[in-house]
Design a protein around this ligand. Sequence first.
Ligand SMILES: Cc1cc2nc3c(=O)[nH]c(=O)nc-3n(C[C@H](O)[C@H](O)[C@H](O)COP(=O)(O)OP(=O)(O)OC[C@H]3O[C@@H](n4cnc5c(N)ncnc54)[C@H](O)[C@@H]3O)c2cc1C
Length: 492
Amino acid sequence: MKFDLFLVNCQKLILIDGGVQKLKKVFDCCVIGGGVVGAAIFNKVVRVGKSCLLLDKASDVATGASKANSGIVHAGYDPEPNTLKAKLNVRGNALFPSLCERLNVPLLRCGALVVGDDESKIQALQQRAKQNGVVAQVWDRQQILQKVPNIADNITTALYAPSSAVVSPYYLTISLVDEAILNGGVVSLEEDLLSVTKQENMFEIKTKKSVFYAKQIVNSAGAGFNEVSKIIGTEKHKLVFRRGEYFVFDKTSDLDVPLTIFPLPTEIGKGVLVTPTIDGNHLVGPTSEESDTKTVVTQQGLASIKNKAAMSVKNINFKQAIREFSGIRCICGDDFVIEKSKKVSGVVNLAGICSPGLTSAPAIAEMVVNLLGFKPEEKKSLKLLPKYTLFKDMRKSEQREAIKRDERYGQIVCKCEKITKGDVVAALNRPLQIHSVDGVKRRTNAGMGRCQGGFCFTKVVRAICDERGLEYEKVLKENRGSEVAKGDLRKI
Ligand SMILES: Cc1cc2nc3c(=O)[nH]c(=O)nc-3n(C[C@H](O)[C@H](O)[C@H](O)COP(=O)(O)OP(=O)(O)OC[C@H]3O[C@@H](n4cnc5c(N)ncnc54)[C@H](O)[C@@H]3O)c2cc1C
């Protein structure tokens, strides 16, 4: 089974001679948490030539806040000037185009409009944009109507930020991790942290299945930050969780909104937005309710989205929504906490990385590399991640070649998104080996269309079984404990 081999390879670095003689592989750094922030740090540490281990308790990367957010690469007009949020947002936004180009991650610079009926508030926001070094123009209703014919009747003015963009947050995370693995980074998933002890100049990191050694540790565990801090013996921070619920629209919906529309921001966030996604459909949301860490959707939350969205865009037909989901913001006061631990030297804490954390991730990685004391210059001979082009996006001649090379490119698995078995197999053979249906979904979009997996779910499960040599009941929907079936459904 390839998944096992991958993990065994990690262990081989530590145990040699069948475990009799212990040879320690000591990593320069261990990042705990494979969300977009941990992935960006892992990627950067490897690129500056240091050895790095990424640990996550989940069965894939990007299963926390990084899989369930708005996917906006914010321009940076909104955060309070001179905060970490403001600085890292603006720097992160500037880094995105080259990062996405290098990783072949689609990025749509569609721009954003903050709409309202009070010009003084819009002008105040423009002033803040200026302080943060962000270009933004004030528009009148006529200019807004040219872009968004269905703008609500009460909207008279807007701030237009051309550098705002949309991206797939999970595809970016996966690509950051895959590129780092190609360049020598090591990932171990499904790791339950048991203890971390400091021994002279290194940490011994014990998990339920392995022991690792690293000179420094980065706690980037998002909602799990305090749980990890407790094990390491580092600072705890007061975290507040706020759930954000969304509607996902069908690609064929009548929503005619080519850029992100925000209402004026409030104390608790950027409000309910209407935005195109990188996949050609739309998201409407999120709510912002204090909550626990459960990603549920609620009747109240979804009803409030309908009311609030109507204040920006009129006549949204919510019958064309195909899915609802929620993500959990992890908030720690007014700013990001990114600090060297004062309690245990050699540990960097990242707490409360809420919005604009996705946008800031590449800039946070630069900052953390600096806190770790590594030189920022990247290695010269780094490998490039191959371009994983889906069959539907290939030119006709490439499609013919692909089918000739591998007939599975001729077998449609997901009818809605036109994903072939060849695409699924290619996704399973990316550097980070996963064996979950949702992992395949995040890499190919299989299951994201109108039928939401009704047609392709079992086909993807079978593809995973075939490719991994796995029994049917070992395939996961998402994480450990979410096995898709008991017994082999192929035998009924
Ligand atoms: C509703 C919503 C909308 C948002 N919209 C935007 C937006 O449009 N633009 C933007 O810039 N930002 C946005 N954000 C913020 C952005 O999503 C986050 O800042 C970002 O995803 C945080 O990434 P992370 O890596 O810190 O955390 P996460 O993605 O949560 O990753 C943490 C990881 O740590 C792992 N972990 C936890 N505990 C442990 C443990 N004990 N051991 C090992 N691993 C552990 C988890 O499995 C997980 O993989 C939004 C957030 C939400 C919730």
